[in-house]
Every structure is written in structure tokens, then in C-alpha cells.
Design a protein around this ligand. Structure first.
Ligand code: 13P
Length: 248
């Protein structure tokens, strides 16, 4: 049985004061959640989030990590720094990082290794742009994102990775992929994983869908065979929406 995970990616939202208010409201509302609940606040809110979530069922995630242990990398954050906040998950390779900050597959591969070495679960994002989909390149894009990111990752380690399929055209646009479409593409991702590793890995790896997930889309999405959960952006910073999604 694969784990169900609902993760909120807050992106660049919420000061520490706003984080405190939001989490104090959210914690009691999802305390009986049947799935793993994760929130990924900005770095500046990790301390306050960590303090509030300490005695809750909500796990803390970060939105990025640098692959070097320390050094002259202005503006970056290391694994050790994240560890001090009891971070469990780290989002790696989000399309916004790939497109606005020029993150490459090679960087993403290094970040995955850094996460695994430090016992963080990477939430590894893949997804095609609308242009790529319309040009019939979706499968080759996804395949190369996955192959490059998993380069050198052992069969034992790859099972610890959570994959998030986030079609770029569905992020923040309100145009969610249909549940069937998302289910089929995630099925394709499982095939790619099977070709690199084996059937056991592809059947056990947790794969989320992300892209305009809302309270009114989640039930059907979670009923799909291949979809194990969601990576939620906009709806994760509204308490009532995130609560409904968690309780799909
Ligand atoms: P939205 O849910 O706002 O479309 O964002 C999805 C996303 O990018 C989560 O990482």
C-alpha cells in the first residue's frame, strides 16, 4: 500500500506572523487526517512553523536546498540548516525553480543525493510545458527529467523519493489536468521508473499530482489508481481549502 500525501507548497507567501496565525488555525482542523500532511513554508517561516508543528501530525517541508554542505553560496540554504528545524521533506526541481532560476537536471540530481544523504524525503517535481505537450514531446520531456534526476540513485534509495507530476500549464492557472489525464501520465511515469529499476519500485514509489488542485477536484483525483496525493499551491494557503483537500 502506497502512502497518501497531501503537501502544501506555500511558495513566496506568509511572513512568520502570518505563518503562526495560519498554522494555529490549521493544526486542530487536520489532527485526525488519514493521510500524511506536509506544509512547505518559506525559509523565514521554518522556525515558527517547526515550533508550532512539533506536537502535531503535520510534517514540515522546505521549498529548496543547496547541494553543497557550506560555503560561499549567497542566498542559499544547506541541509544542516534545514535539519535544525526538523524538516522532513524538501521540494526539489519545482518548475518555477527550473524556469526562473535556471535549475538544471544536474543540479536536481545533486539535490536529490543531498536529501537522501540527510534523510529528507525529496518531493521531486516533473512536468511538461504547454508548448512541449502540444508538440508531442510530453513523454520524452518527462522521461529525460526522470532519468537525469535519478542518475546513480540506487534501487533502495529511489523508493524513498516522492515524485510530483506538475504539468506547467496547470500550475496557478485554474486549468487542472483532468483526473484521467493525470492518471494516465502518472502511469507513464511509473513505466519510466519500471524501465530504469523494476516493477516492484514502480509499484511502490509515491507519485503526487500538482497543478490547480482545489477542494472540488481532489476527491476524483484521489480515486485514480496511480495518484497517491497532491502537491497544492494556491489552495494550500487558505485554511478551509487545505483542510477540505486533506480530508478528500
Ligand atoms: P497551484 O496549486 O497554485 O496551481 O500550484 C501548484 C504547484 O506549483 C505546487 O507546487
Amino acid at each position: 500500500m502506497r502512502k497518501n500525501i497531501i503537501a502544501g507548497n506555500w511558495k513566496m507567501h506568509f511572513s512568520s506572523e502570518e505563518t503562526k496565525k495560519f498554522l494555529n488555525e490549521l493544526v486542530p482542523k487536520v489532527s485526525d487526517a488519514k493521510c500524511e500532511v506536509v506544509v512547505c513554508p518559506p525559509f523565514t517561516s521554518l522556525q515558527v512553523a517547526s515550533d508550532i508543528l512539533k506536537n502535531s501530525n503535520i510534517k514540515l517541508g522546505a521549498q529548496n536546498i543547496h547541494f553543497e554542505e557550506k560555503g560561499a553560496f549567497t542566498g542559499e540554504i544547506s541541509a544542516d540548516m534545514l535539519k535544525s528545524f526538523n524538516v522532513s521533506y524538501v521540494i526539489v526541481g519545482h518548475s518555477e525553480r527550473r524556469s526562473y532560476f535556471n535549475e538544471t537536471d544536474e543540479d536536481i540530481n545533486k539535490k536529490i543525493f543531498t536529501c537522501l544523504k540527510n534523510d529528507f524525503v525529496p518531493i521531486f517535481c516533473v512536468g511538461e510545458t504547454l508548448e512541449e505537450r502540444e508538440a508531442g514531446k510530453m513523454k520524452s520531456v518527462l522521461e529525460s527529467q526522470i532519468k537525469n534526476a535519478f542518475l546513480g540513485v540506487s534501487k533502495e534509495d529511489v523508493k524513498k523519493i516522492v515524485v510530483a507530476y506538475e504539468p506547467v500549464w496547470a500550475i496557478g492557472t485554474g486549468k487542472t489536468a483532468t483526473s484521467e489525464d493525470a492518471n494516465n501520465v502518472i502511469g507513464f511515469i511509473r513505466n519510466v521508473v519500471e524501465n530504469i529499476y523494476d516493477k516492484e519500485v514502480s509499484e511502490n514509489i509515491v507519485i503526487l499530482y500538482g497543478g490547480s488542485v482545489k477542494p472540488n477536484t481532489i476527491k476524483e483525483q484521489m480515486s485514480m489508481e496511480n495518484i497517491d496525493g497532491a502537491l497544492v499551491g494556491g489552495a494550500s494557503i487558505v485554511v478551509s481549502d487545505f483542510e477540505s483537500i486533506v480530508k478528500f
